[in-house]
Design a protein around this ligand. Structure first.
Ligand SMILES: C[S@@+](CC[C@H](N)C(=O)[O-])C[C@H]1O[C@@H](n2cnc3c(N)ncnc32)[C@H](O)[C@@H]1O
Length: 231
């Protein structure tokens, strides 16, 4: 293990804190998804697929409270997966966790399909629409028919006043957390580098990927959440 991969608790903590500034309802979001999964997963011993498992927040939110669930997480970031791995060990759930460095394309298709999947705060980092669609299509191929899938990502029509108003709400979160106004304004410009696409396009991508019953259940400033089911 090289020095870069040494577990850095301060960095991990900063990631946790910043996410909750950006998404003040972050913990409630995970509770909402857990409720939905519990209501719609048919198997007691369920296998969950985490696309963009990142720092392992899905593991801490659902791992110990659902002792019959196992988790397969994919993420291209070695550093983020390192956080996730440490979290799994700290939670004592590492036997139920399989982490794969790469994208969903790197997960071999198997006859055993997943009972549910999530893709939380990932899709807006993928700029190309075809690549977004490919991620969703491949995720769907890994799911049992009818399995619930939750997508959470930034959304909005880039040129709309509506998105600008939501960015102003988001900047208010930053200021309230101690950012100078000039810093929050700067972040407001930088955030436009992520891929915002209108909600209608996100719903169309989900449809094209083979998901049905697409419903938005969540929204906080820049981010929306959609629940749907594999065909
Ligand atoms: C903001 S983090 C969210 C992580 C986690 N889902 C959470 O909510 O804490 C975004 C993650 O997406 C990952 N990511 C970026 N591109 C990806 C891709 N094509 N497939 C899967 N994950 C990707 C990044 O490495 C990063 O860990």
């Amino acid at each position: 293990m090289n020095e870069e991969n040494t577990y850095n608790p301060e960095k991990a903590l900063a990631y946790e804190r910043n996410t909750r500034i950006s998404v003040p309802t972050y913990d409630a979001l995970f509770e909402m998804i857990q409720s939905y999964f519990r209501a719609h997963i048919n198997e007691k011993e369920a296998a969950l697929l985490l696309v963009g498992a990142g720092g392992g927040n899905e593991l801490s939110a659902w791992g110990t409270s659902n002792p019959e669930w196992s988790f397969t997480g994919v993420d291209p970031s070695e550093e983020m997966l390192f956080f996730a791995k440490n979290k799994a060990v700290q939670l004592g759930i590492e036997e139920r966790v399989n982490l794969i460095e790469g994208t969903i394309e790197d997960l071999p298709l198997s006859d055993t399909k997943f009972d549910a999947a999530s893709c939380i705060l990932v899709l807006h980092f993928i700029q190309n629409i075809e690549d977004k669609l490919m991620l969703l299509k491949t995720t769907k191929k890994h799911l049992k028919p009818g399995a619930p899938f939750v997508l959470v990502c930034a959304y909005g029509d880039r040129d709309s006043t509506e998105l600008q108003n939501r960015i102003n709400v988001w900047k208010a979160f930053l200021q309230d957390a101690g950012f100078e106004k000039s810093k929050a304004d700067e972040r407001g410009k930088i955030i436009m580098n992520i891929s915002f696409i209108p909600e209608s396009q996100i719903q169309q991508l989900l449809t094209d990927a083979g998901f049905t019953n697409i419903t938005r259940f969540y929204s906080t400033a820049l981010f929306g959440g959609w629940i749907c089911h594999a065909e």
